[in-house]
Design a protein around this ligand. Sequence first.
Ligand SMILES: [Zn+2]
Ligand SMILES: [Zn+2]
Ligand SMILES: [Zn+2]
Length: 155
Amino acid sequence: MTNSTLAKHATETDRQTVPEHIYQSLREAGQRITKEREALITTLFESDKALTPYELHNMSSKHAEVGLTTTYRLLETLLKNNFVEVFLVQGELRYGLCKPSHHHHLVCTTCFKMRDFDQCDFNTLKIVDFASSGHRLEIFGTCSDCSNSAVRKTL
Ligand SMILES: [Zn+2]
Ligand SMILES: [Zn+2]
Ligand SMILES: [Zn+2]
C-alpha cells in the first residue's frame, strides 16, 4: 500500500472519500465488513477529533446499532494496523484515524481536535547507548478555533 492511497484525517476533501483502504485491509485479514464496523469506521472518518471509545460508540449509533465490545475490538484491530492513533488526553484514551507514514500530532485539549504535524527533529537528539526503534510526539494545547472563541468570551 502506498501512502498516496491513504486518507488523512485533516482536510475536507479527504474526509468526503470513503476509507476504502481500511475496508480492503480488513477484508485481506479475513474480517467481514459488518454494518457495525462500517458505522464505526465512517464515524472515525467523519470526525476530526480524537474520540474516546464511548464517544465513538455513541456517535456511531446514527449509522447502526453498535455494541461497546465491538467498538473496543475494532479499535484494537485498527490500532494494530496503524489506521488509528491513540492519545492520552487528561487521563482518557482517545482515538483518531491516521495515516501510517511517520508524523506527529497537535492535539487540542479543549475540543480534542487532532492535526498532523509533519516536522520531525528527532535526528538532532543525541541518544547514547540505546538503539532507538521509534518515537512518538504529541503536542497538546489549544487549537485556533478554541483560542478564538475564548477571546470572544472575554470581550
Ligand atoms: Zn495523523
Ligand atoms: Zn480546539
Ligand atoms: Zn518524528
